[in-house]
Design a binder for this molecule. Sequence first.
Ligand code: DHB
Ligand code: FE
Length: 259
Amino acid sequence: NADPRLRRVMTSLVRHLHDFAKDVELTEAEWEYAIDFLTRTGQLCSDARQEFILLSDALGLSMLVDAINHRLPEGATETTVFGPFHVDDAPERPMGANISLDGKGELCLFSGRVLDLAGRPVANALVDVWSDNEDGFYDVQQPGIQPPFNNRGVFRTGPDGRYAFRGIRPVSYPIPDDGPVGQMLTALGRHPWRPAHMHFLITAPGYDRIITHIFVKGDPYLTSDAVFGVKQSLIVDFRPVTSTTEKWQAEFDFVMRPA
Ligand code: DHB
Ligand code: FE
């Protein structure tokens, strides 16, 4: 008397697994290797490292699940992978604040608006942002080396829907490649790099949350992202500026759909 959804999911999973084994005529050695690979993947998992999510990401499964579950109306901002480096307790900072606390990297002014599908500003949206530092690491990857909450912050929009903050122009970085997923990439001749990006999580009462990035136009890894996260609409021209303390500016408007 299994749950109908469970029955459907498991019937399909088993059918496809069997088809796969028949298709490649899976050897016993390959089966044993797969069991060992998955065991090592699980053994590496901890609060600080989710190797199974990394595996899902590197196989393109995370982006597929995202696409299935976020068939967006015309005009809504496209989504992409959440990634493992978000923290729930990043501080809310005053509009315009600099989130780069380690003083490294080239400063960039990020700005834009949070809008609804009709183009009206969304007030009281929380714009939660995070990026790596100039060395290609998130603060949580280097506790005791980077200041806490380096390159993170939450900004609350006012009635005009605008947000602005300073951060670094993000740099490309490799996904953690010292475990089973890294071995898989190497064995397949794939590289572990992600194109430079700034992460955004945008929430507002009455709207579906947006989990996305903006990517830096011109990055060499835009066409070979290790986790398949790039969408054309998320690539932003980082423009040089001369007059201020920042070297760069990036503008992007986010469009939310109703919950
Ligand atoms: C990100 C990092 C990862 O290791 C991953 O699998 C997916 C996304 C990221 O920080 O964007
Ligand atoms: Fe990232």
